[in-house]
Design a protein around this ligand. Structure first.
Ligand SMILES: [Ca+2]
Length: 312
């Protein structure tokens, strides 16, 4: 097996021979997914991630590894419950939207989209998927990423430019910029902070006004680092995160970063016959007042309202 296999896959492979078969067949020889800043399109097959993440959550702990991180607590290494989804409703979603951020506010969905020249922030009707208002990124060369709401202001990320844009939530009028170091992937609001993912296992907690870093946590599944965290949403005190290029969402304890739930959303992806490998699950919104959880993906024609279902 190539050394480039991400740690989470290696651990999964050690735990169960069947996982090793899937992992080795899903990774191209010589492909690297550990390169900082890289977003490999083909290095990791969805099957490898899928099986290994489920195995990691549910099967006994991997052999101890030499690791510089502090010893995880017993809670952080306990088996992680696996959930599936029940679809409550299906809504239209713009199949041309390369969804990077999604949230619910004031009776509508707000969405940020990616790709150079196609990156926007939008207000979207839940009832029919219509784009009610839209603003393009100021620079056509920028690749839009995550989106969060702070008071009456939307904050959107760019992938590699280190620039966050602020937008009036009512009018989508631009309200200036802020800087942050490193890449921007997902963003959500957690109390008095914004939480940013950047493809690594780290979640950064930022001052919502200045984006100065307040603190950070390392996200772990049973004590092992989990990277590729993408779109985020704060739901009932936990941070939900899409794991990029998989059909999995994890729930993360924002206090210490340990994964408390693994959610298998593969049924949604299966329902949509999408050939484009970029058309992955990415988009989580939570209507806190209505207790409604919405999921969609990049280039998906459907936005799902779902409920979590515990597996035996
Ligand atoms: Ca979100």
């Amino acid at each position: 097996m190539p050394d480039a296999v991400p740690p989470v896959l290696r651990y999964g492979a050690r735990m169960k021979p069947r996982s090793a078969h899937f992992v080795s067949s899903a990774v191209e020889p010589g492909a690297s997914s550990d390169t900082p800043g890289a977003r490999p399109a083909t290095a990791i097959g969805t099957n490898g991630w899928t099986l290994s993440l489920a195995a990691l959550a549910l099967i006994g702990a991997a052999p101890p590894q030499a690791a510089p991180a502090p010893q995880p607590t017993p809670t952080a290494t306990a088996p992680v419950p696996l959930y599936t989804l029940q679809v409550v409703a299906r809504h239209k979603h713009d199949a041309a939207a390369f969804t990077q951020g999604l949230l619910w506010h004031d009776g509508a969905l707000y969405e940020s989209t990616g790709k150079e020249g196609r990156s926007e922030v939008r207000r979207v009707s839940l009832a029919d998927g219509r784009v009610l208002a839209r603003r393009a990124m100021p620079s056509a060369g920028q690749f839009g990423e995550g989106l969060a709401l702070w008071k009456a202001t939307l904050v959107s990320l760019t992938w590699k430019d280190g620039i966050a844009y602020r937008w009036d939530a009512k009018t989508l009028k631009p309200e200036g910029t802020r800087r942050y170091p490193g890449e921007g992937w997902g963003l959500t609001t957690a109390g008095e902070a914004l939480v940013l993912s950047d493809g690594t296992p780290t979640l950064r907690f930022l001052d919502p006004d200045t984006l100065a870093e307040q603190r950070r946590v390392a996200v772990t599944v049973r004590g092992r680092p989990l990277d590729q965290l993408n779109e985020l949403e704060m739901v009932d005190g936990e941070v939900l995160a899409n794991v990029w290029q998989t059909n999995f969402i994890v729930a993360i304890d924002p206090a210490d970063g340990h994964v408390t739930k693994v959610i298998d959303a593969s049924a949604l992806r299966r329902e949509l016959t999408l050939a484009d490998p970029d058309a992955v699950l990415n988009g989580i919104a939570w209507d806190a007042a209505g207790k409604r959880l919405f999921l969609t993906g990049k280039l998906w024609p459907t936005l799902f309202e779902v409920r979590l279902v515990a597996t035996p």
